[in-house]
Design a protein around this ligand. Structure first.
Ligand code: GDP
Length: 367
């Protein structure tokens, strides 16, 4: 008889007798090396089962079906791209059900960031969108930070109800659900499995919570107005921050320009010499030049020195947005999906050029 073999994922002794018990694998899989149990397999491949919705109307219908029930809504948002990862109309569509916000990817923020300030900003921004969250938890789904806190908040706020997890594509919903499953798994909860139910009305994934309740992982909605939608998939890596952002500060004189790859052009037109601090993926190339040379450099170097995009023809034409900065408070100029420039407390006139369809936003500085 073979000695006892353990799952490489969770360490449970492997067995092929009872699919309901921990460590289950089909008999055939037992013969292999490096075995993980079926549950761990599902967790590891969760991204394959996580559904996505492209049709905004269909998505709103799904949200409204949540509104017809008594449930807790958990909205996962991407802190790095808050506006671009917000589900428009979420409050209205989910019919007054309580909304708990998980603000994800906090690991991307400089370590010196004040969590409390960030949290307050999330509350404030949610409120502007018509949502008064029952709680806001800053998490890093990928690093597994504050998952337990999130799990506790969910347990506390759901008060025996079903939980619907919603989010736009890329907010990190799957990563969070994975982390959550791992968290439960670590507590020896054997019954946590996920099962895709394609073709059901919700097209969602149900994770049992006991007492006949579920965590329902709703499909992510794809938004079209983020920079990430405009960049070729292979170039996405260069603009998506993977690790803690190292802000890059530039002391600029009026008449200077910054290029962010070939995606954004930032002209400081008028004002005293002052600092502009850039929060973008560390790998995004930033080029400083004189405003008077900017047109020529752009023409010559876009797709060469100024990348991405390698092929500028694939991107909509650039559109100029003019911003007066009052200097009353520090403000961020945000390019959804790409990053932001934090401006100082001096008056200034700046032009930001972005591909048509991208909305540049102004907000009080969050860092
Ligand atoms: P979903 O579409 O909402 O399910 O998003 P995914 O879970 O697939 O995550 C989208 C992308 O964000 C992936 O590249 C993840 O690696 C990344 N991601 C998810 N959570 C985090 C996080 O906490 N921090 C960072 N830096 N990246 C994350």
């Amino acid at each position: 008889k073979r000695e006892e073999v353990h799952c490489e994922g969770c360490g449970a002794p492997l067995q092929a007798d009872d699919p309901e018990r921990s460590g289950y694998v089909p008999q055939a899989a037992l013969e292999r090396e490096h075995i993980i149990c079926k549950r761990c397999f599902r967790i590891r491949h969760y991204n394959d089962v996580a559904p996505v919705e492209h049709d905004a109307d269909a998505y709103m219908n799904r949200l409204q079906s949540i509104g017809k029930q008594d449930a807790l809504v958990v909205q996962v948002v991407d802190l790095f791209d808050f506006a671009g990862s917000w589900i428009n109309g979420i409050g209205r569509h989910t019919g007054g059900n309580p909304i708990l916000i998980l603000a994800n990817k906090v690991d991307l923020f400089p370590r010196s960031t004040k969590r409390q300030k960030l949290k307050e900003w999330v509350y404030r921004t949610a409120k502007e969108q018509g949502v008064k969250p029952v709680d806001v938890i800053l998490i890093s789904a990928e690093k597994g930070h504050h998952i337990q806190e999130a799990a506790q908040a969910i347990e506390e706020k759901r008060r025996g109800r079903d939980v619907y997890v919603v989010g736009t594509a890329n907010a990190g919903k799957s990563t969070f659900i994975n982390a959550l499953l791992r968290e439960f798994g670590a507590e020896g909860e054997a019954s946590v499995t996920t099962s895709p139910y394609p073709g059901t009305t919700l097209d969602a994934v149900y994770i049992p919570l006991g007492e006949n309740k579920h965590i329902v992982d709703m499909p992510g909605i794809v938004r079209r107005d983020r920079m990430s939608e405009y960049v070729a998939p292979k170039e996405l890596k260069a603009i998506t921050p993977q690790t803690e952002i190292k802000p890059k500060g530039y002391q600029l004189n009026a008449g200077q320009t910054l290029f962010f790859g070939g995606l954004v052009r930032f002209d400081f037109r008028e004002g005293e010499r002052q600092p502009f601090v850039c929060y973008f993926a560390n790998s995004l190339y930033i080029h400083r030049t004189k405003l008077e040379k900017a047109d020529e450099l752009w023409e010559k170097q876009r797709g060469q020195l100024l990348v991405p995009p390698a092929d500028p023809k694939e991107i909509p034409p650039m559109k100029r947005h003019r911003f007066p900065l009052t200097g009353k408070e520090k403000e961020d100029l945000v390019i959804p999906g790409l990053g932001w420039v934090s401006c100082g407390t001096d008056r200034a006139q700046v032009d930001v050029w972005v591909p048509e369809g991208i909305q540049v936003q102004v907000r009080p500085s969050i860092i």
